[in-house]
Design a protein around this ligand. Structure first.
Ligand code: BG6
Length: 490
């Protein structure tokens, strides 16, 4: 029997990340992050945009949370900036930084919004990069644990949902394989797997610390789920699909859920001298943490196509998440290559639009791991415009979210236990590599690429009112026509 609407208590949410919204990059004792440094390297970001000011959430968090409350948002996922609370990455904590997140959390709770905290959304204290190469050095596992314990102790009485890592596969791939994120290394596959092992250990230590201090808390990691379809029914293309899943999805999710690496992928790395170095006890630690996670976090944007790729075939890694991916086939020689999907459209930045893919993610996770799911990101980056009448008409975003929500509902009907759906993002924010012109929010922020280009004032887009109605009806009515309402508002 299929019900209309979503389960009672379903968390309709929205998400953000510290570097992309806060600004205030050097005030109140905050230390610099790897991103504060990286964006200053010429040519690294679109029109040299930075998060120095971002959308000034540091000073406008009350206004932003007020807008969330007015919308009826049930959950707000945000990240804590490690260098804001521990400026040098280790050692002394910054009370003013801790107070900022106290304020954000308390403000959410005062409005009945469930805070969902991401511990690491890519802004590493630059001091650790300088001291020992950041994620490259195993020392980071202990330093991350100290950071995690600091924030758990401080906020654990009020925060129930925790996400340890945001998209480990993406920050490591773009950081060590394609030089698009800090530390800007290219084709360093060995180090790619080594830093991932360190990040897995850091995640595991954080899970154990949280569960020891707050056993009732709910914890998981957010994986950039990238499901693959075989190009066609040629058997070799299905093997390519399995390879892609192992090397883009299960390398992370199997560790979070089972505490082990996928066997075929590990064997491949051993055969090629690329397997990460492990200490005795590492696998036990990963297993112990895996037995304590509560959900799988899913950031879903697009699916891939997999086709066989010769040993001397196409190479170019991890270009998802950048404007440069558009129309390009990328791959890993002898494992897979990934051409465009002729059945699906793309966003203006070349990301495949595939609502059914979200259902594929949920089905896959439910069958493979039998874990509840938190959809921690899903959304559309677009060139929104504020029109002369003051409205920001974004029917394409409404359509994108609607079609994804419909597929999520089908997944629930098919047996997936989904706790939350967080859109990316609530306000417009900085796209790491694509500046401020790639807008994701329900709330338009008046700024462009240049630091002093706008007032930073907030304006509700059409999609704001649409999502408000979806939340009000708990997902029963996805066909709400905002124009009728906005004619009255205007
Ligand atoms: C996810 C990240 O990969 O995608 C976000 O967790 C990011 O931080 C989002 O902003 C959209 O990516 P982009 O490149 O369009 O900003």
């Amino acid at each position: 029997m299929v019900n209309k609407g979503f389960p009672e208590g379903f968390l309709w949410g929205s998400a953000s990340a510290a570097y992309q919204i806060e600004g205030a990059h050097d005030v109140d004792g905050k230390g610099l992050s790897n991103w504060d440094t990286f964006v200053r390297i010429p040519g690294k970001t679109f029109q040299a945009t930075t998060g120095d000011k971002a959308v000034d959430h540091y000073n406008r968090y009350q206004e932003d949370i007020q807008l969330m409350a007015e919308m009826g948002l049930k959950a707000y996922r945000f990240s804590i900036s490690w260098p804001r609370v521990i400026p040098k990455g280790t050692g002394e904590v910054n009370e003013l930084g801790l107070q900022f997140y106290d304020n954000v959390i308390n403000e959410c709770l005062a409005h009945g919004i469930v805070p969902m905290v991401t511990m690491y959304h890519w802004d590493l204290p630059q001091a650790l990069e300088v001291a020992y190469g950041g994620w490259e050095n195993r020392q980071i596992v202990d330093d991350f644990e100290q950071y995690a314990k600091t924030i758990i102790k401080r906020y654990g009485d009020r925060v129930k949902y925790w996400i340890t890592m945001n998209e480990q596969s993406i920050f490591t791939g773009l950081g060590w394989q394609s030089a698009m994120h800090p530390p800007g290394k290219k084709d360093d596959d060995n180090m790619f797997y080594q830093v991932n092992h360190h990040a897995h250990l850091a995640h595991a230590k954080a899970v154990l610390a949280l569960k020891k201090l707050f056993p009732e808390a709910k914890v998981g990691a957010s994986h950039a789920h990238y499901p693959a379809y075989a190009f066609d029914c040629k058997p070799e293309n299905n093997i390519a699909r399995m390879n892609l899943e192992d090397f883009r999805n299960y390398w992370w999710m199997d560790v979070y859920a089972f505490g082990r690496y996928p066997k075929r992928a590990f064997k491949h790395l051993q055969d090629h001298g690329m397997a990460p170095e492990m200490d005795e006890g590492d696998l036990d630690l990963l297993k112990k943490a895996a037995s304590q996670i509560d959900f799988m976090g899913v950031n879903y944007y697009q699916t891939a196509v997999a086709e066989e790729n010769a040993a001397d075939g196409i190479k170019a890694n991890m270009e998802a998440n950048s404007s440069e991916a558009k129309g390009k086939t990328h791959g890993v020689p002898s494992l897979y290559k990934s051409p465009a999907n002729p059945h699906l459209g793309q966003t203006d930045w070349g990301w495949t639009i595939d609502p059914v893919g979200l259902r594929v993610c949920c089905r896959d996770i439910t069958s493979r791991y039998d874990l509840p799911i938190v959809i921690s990101e899903n959304g559309l980056g677009a060139f929104d415009k504020k029109e002369a009448d003051g409205r920001i008409r974004d029917p394409y975003r409404i359509d994108y979210i609607k079609t994804h929500v419909e597929q999520m509902k089908l997944a629930i009907d098919e047996g997936s236990e989904i706790w939350a759906y967080c859109t990316w993002s609530f306000t417009d924010l900085l796209s790491w590599l694509n500046g401020y012109q790639k807008r994701y929010g329900f709330v338009f922020v008046d700024r462009e690429e240049a630091e002093d280009s706008g007032t930073l004032d907030r304006f509700k887009k059409d999609s704001y009112y649409w999502y408000q109605h979806v939340i009000k009806t708990n997902g029963v009515d996805l066909d709400f026509d905002v124009s009728s309402l906005l004619a009255r508002v205007d």
